[in-house]
Ligand binder design. Structure first.
Ligand code: DC
Length: 228
């Protein structure tokens, strides 16, 4: 049987991971999994059930709801990764500024992370995947075939995120920058599965490179590692 491959891409928010991971997955005909969308979907569920109040979350109640909830992935005609909760597709509603500003509260809870890691492992069974996130090469798939740490400055990341949000809602560049900075601090300093450069990962800084250049460089590295 052909051995399936795992390409792990970690890095801070808005470093270009999802755009780049999608293009790499398309090139190798692997499945792209956006692991941040799982944390975002759980945040959306928690907000919907009023389980986040004044930046405090009711973890036990969220876990109880998750036990009765199905979170799944499907792919649209453009092979884009769509997350569904109980069969209902979620897209822009999990990318809003509100969900972005609350998701770190969810992602720092170990019980929730364990639930997400199980989903991540289950969807990668018998498939070659490119998965992006914060703990893919360190915790979820420490034996991934190739591990990347995709980095970019706070300025560049804020501009990119702000541009993306233009299609969704009206928010200032300063607000986006402050929120990203707060999320960086949370992702880097949280107790469970903080954002780290995974052991044996290759760091790529996208500040002065176009998406095409980054993808080209990463594909060359993957080809070399997989065929050496
Ligand atoms: O990549 P993103 O911005 O969509 O991720 C949303 C949040 O989920 C982010 O604040 C960090 C968290 N996350 C995580 O802790 N671990 C992952 N593997 C993916 C995302």
């Amino acid at each position: 049987m052909k051995k399936t491959k795992i390409i792990a891409i970690d890095g801070p928010s808005s470093s270009g991971k999802s755009t780049i991971a999608k293009l790499i997955a398309r090139h190798f005909d692997y499945t792209y999994i956006d692991s941040g969308s799982i944390y975002r979907a759980i945040t959306y569920i928690a907000v919907k059930h009023n389980l986040i109040d004044n930046f405090k979350i009711d973890t036990l109640a969220i876990i109880e709801i998750l036990k009765k909830t199905s979170i799944s992935f499907s792919f649209n005609s453009k092979n884009q990764n769509i997350i569904s909760v109980d069969g209902v597709e979620l897209d822009n509603e999990i990318r809003t500024f509100k969900i972005s500003s609350l998701v770190s509260l969810i992602a720092e809870k170990n019980e929730i992370r364990q639930y997400v890691v199980k989903i991540q492992k289950d969807i990668s069974i018998n498939k070659s995947v490119v998965m992006d996130g914060r703990d893919i090469g360190s915790i979820v798939f420490p034996n991934a075939d190739v591990k990347f740490y995709l980095d970019a400055s706070l300025e560049k990341r804020s501009e990119r995120r702000w541009m993306e949000l233009q299609n969704i809602e009206d928010v200032s560049l300063d607000d986006v920058k402050n929120d990203l900075h707060k999320r960086d601090l949370k992702d880097l300093n949280r107790e469970f599965s903080p954002l780290v450069k995974p052991k044996n990962s290759i760091t790529v800084n996208s500040d002065n490179l176009s998406i095409e250049q980054v993808v080209y460089n990463m594909i060359k590295i993957i080809d070399k590692v997989l065929h050496s």
